[in-house]
Ligand binder design. Structure first.
Ligand code: NAD
Ligand code: UDP
Ligand code: UDP
Length: 318
């Protein structure tokens, strides 16, 4: 249906979540009409409460595993629990969200001829043998483990995106996101950055899983959202997949040290067992994102951690 309002009507699924809420802020600031859709599985309305009075912002309670009929120009499909604690809570629903959710959002994009962006993940690379990981690497994923509902759900959804593109000529933009952190992460979702910061602020022990030598690359949320918008703005026909992440690579012990330096306090490190299938290393090759969009993350880990510590210390005081 033609849009006479001359504003881009943009649907953000998972819009009340950590990344989704930052994306809604950015899109509203750029003059979009935003439909923020969420089933509030992992969040409350708090992340978007400040947008509720805005006439260009609409909050809808809906589960992407069910069909959705709205008229839109662009779709960012972010709906999916992202932390291992959340996605392993109801693994069947996690796969349904990735797969049925992708089918519904692709069907919607097909009918409305909307451009569609999908938040995929570095988990498609599993526990990688290639380091750093370029988009051309096919990955090493356990299909029957406790992380599989997330990894294989996302991989199947990637297949659907590329088949809708080939079969129905859909305008798709596929991002593979590496660990991202920042304000509005959930304090209890079990992810390493929120865990370490909350533990340090409360003076509790810092829980290191395994020997702490496994690595991750952490991207600050503002950098990532800039990457989303740039990828969405690339020319029609450019599909990705495109890695988005900060190539700085740190062990979990190094991360714990940095958090303790910023927060201070007397927390001690305690070593706990490593969860099954926990990847040993992760580092994005971001050459393609840089070449296609000029995107490079700007916020160093120490700076991003400081901003995140500020956020959590206010949250814990409230
Ligand atoms: P989040 O849990 O904060 O946000 C996900 C949102 O989706 C939540 O608000 C949740 O309530 C909603 N949701 C879950 N299932 C839904 C459903 N069936 N229907 C409608 N809404 C549903 O997590 P996030 O970190 O903001 O992640 C957003 C997206 O980015 C996810 O698709 C995730 O897989 C992807 N991603 C995130 C990271 C990261 O480091 N944050 C890394 C890789 C990929
Ligand atoms: N769909 C939706 N909104 C729309 C159009 C489709 O949610 O505006 C859903 C619908 O449930 C459908 C799915 O997307 O089953 C896939 O749509 P597609 O057109 O590819 O398949 P079909 O309708 O032919 O099964
Ligand atoms: N981790 C840890 N302590 C925690 C939480 C996580 O050592 O309290 C480790 C976890 O085992 C993994 C890394 O930190 O090796 C990143 O975990 P997260 O759940 O944040 O992300 P993912 O494993 O999905 O990359």
């Amino acid at each position: 249906m033609k849009n006479y309002a001359h504003r881009t009507r943009t649907l953000v699924t998972g819009g009340a979540g950590f990344l989704g809420s930052h994306l809604c802020d950015r899109l509203i600031a750029e003059g979009h009409d935003v439909i923020c859709l969420d089933n509030f599985f992992t969040v409350t309305k708090d992340n978007v409460a400040h947008l509720l009075g805005n006439p260009h912002f609409e909050l809808t309670r809906h589960d992407v595993t069910f069909p959705l009929y709205v008229e839109v120009d662009q779709i960012y499909n972010l709906a999916c629990p992202a932390s291992p604690v959340h996605y392993q809570h109801d693994p069947v629903q996690t796969t349904k969200t990735s797969v049925h959710g992708a089918i519904n959002m692709l069907g919607l994009a097909k009918r409305t001829k909307a451009r569609i962006f999908q938040a995929f993940t570095s988990e498609v690379y599993g526990d990688p043998e290639v380091h750093p990981q370029p988009e051309s690497y096919w990955g090493r994923v356990n299909p029957i483990g406790i992380r599989s509902c997330y990894d294989e759900g996302k991989r199947c959804a990637e297949t659907l995106f590329f088949d809708y593109h080939r079969q129905h000529n859909l305008d798709i933009k596929v991002a593979r996101i590496f660990n991202t952190y920042g304000p509005r992460m959930h304090p209890n979702d079990g992810r390493v950055v929120s865990n370490f910061i909350v533990q340090a602020l409360k003076g509790e022990n810092i829980t290191i899983y395994g020997d702490g030598q496994q690595t991750r690359s952490f991207c600050y949320v503002d950098d990532l959202i800039e990457g989303f918008v740039r990828l969405m703005g690339t020319e029609s026909g450019f599909t990705g997949p495109v890695n988005l992440g900060n190539p700085g690579e740190f062990t979990m012990l190094e991360l714990a040290e940095k958090v303790l330096q910023i927060v201070g306090g007397h927390s001690k490190l305690v070593f706990q067992s490593l969860p099954a299938d926990d990847p040993k290393q992760r580092q994005p090759d971001i050459g393609l994102a840089r070449e296609k969009t000029g995107w490079v993350p700007k916020v160093p880990l120490d700076e991003g951690l400081k901003r995140t510590v500020d956020y959590f210390s206010k949250l814990l005081k409230d």
